[in-house]
Write a protein that binds this ligand. Sequence first.
Ligand code: ATP
Ligand code: MG
Length: 375
Amino acid sequence: MENQNKKQADKIILTGDRPTGRLHIGHYIGSLLRRVELQNSGEYQKTFIMIADAQALTDNIENPEKVRQNIIEVALDYIACGLDPEKSVLLIQSQIPELCELTFYYMDLVTVARLQRNPTVKSEIQMRNFESSIPVGFFTYPISQAADITAFKATTVPVGDDQLPMIEQTREIVHKFNTVYAPVLVEPEALLQENEARRRLPGTDGKAKMSKSLGNCIYLADSADQVRAKIMSMFTDPLHLQVSDPGHLEGNTVFTYLDAFCTEEHFGRYLPDYANLDELKAHYQRGGLGDVKVKKFLNNIVQETLEPIRNRRKEWEKNIPAIYDILKKGSDQAREVAARTLSEVKSAMRINYFEDTELIRAQSEKFGSSFPVSD
Ligand code: ATP
Ligand code: MG
């Protein structure tokens, strides 16, 4: 309970991404943009941003080089979007061995049946055609994610909505741990975008989620031409064949993207015939508004959003060793924090034998041994 009444000064953010590819505009609008705002808000004592390479390996075991190559891609995307290593700790998951130890202990607190109920893991298993050959590490990644979050005593986890089951699982583990052992861990809260379209941006192919694994992404590092080509070939309304036909908004990816990205200022700049998105939607539904016009509008908005990111990325691409240095420093810093939590966890679990002189004294007494032990 006391965890929920934490003062602002105690608020800590942890979030991250799997280095399975470059980051895309779904990451940006669903999570990165928010992270940057939170980082700059001054309301959080610490922000930890994790590149989840160990998690990425759980379903890329035959492709370690992919994970290795994408560490730097993700780090470049972070910095290009405005995550500032002076303000946020950027870390690599595998470099914090304490996270594995925590995971191992948390496994005792979760049942197989509970893991099987996780809807995100279920759909990810399906997507990857794992069926009966699911790697144990993949199946249990929600537990390792709980270790990531709790190691840093994160209060706040800004994520897309596919991650809600993971946060719920983490809260259950925390609750169980604190009840069984001692109140050491902090229950985190998910921070979701209010704007629904931002919580799970669909792919350019109209599939439910833009995802690195599905290859339906507009990447932050795509060139202006690549972005334009992807937008112009985007999925819209299959019934809207002629400009004069009434159009449908449901499942119309271009309009979902507009819901996520567009503001009234964008109309002023690029489409002054309409005051806002409602007017544009109404015209589309009535008929008489072509897909190309809407796509061009969306392209202007996405280009405007991506241009400064792309430029910052190009600058940092000239200084790759500095990025590895940032990641090394961040990982070292994160490791100290995780080690402190692990030590508290181990003493709560009664497995801190050598730091507990009281234990040694009591055992000595029990066996009639001399104490302190002579060498
Ligand atoms: P993978 O296919 O390898 O799982 P991914 O594209 O799903 O990659 P992750 O690294 O798993 O990306 O997710 C990182 C963060 O970005 C999570 O918080 C997730 O909720 C968010 N996110 C991912 N895809 C989207 C999306 N399409 N819309 C909004 N948020 C997203
Ligand atoms: Mg994912």
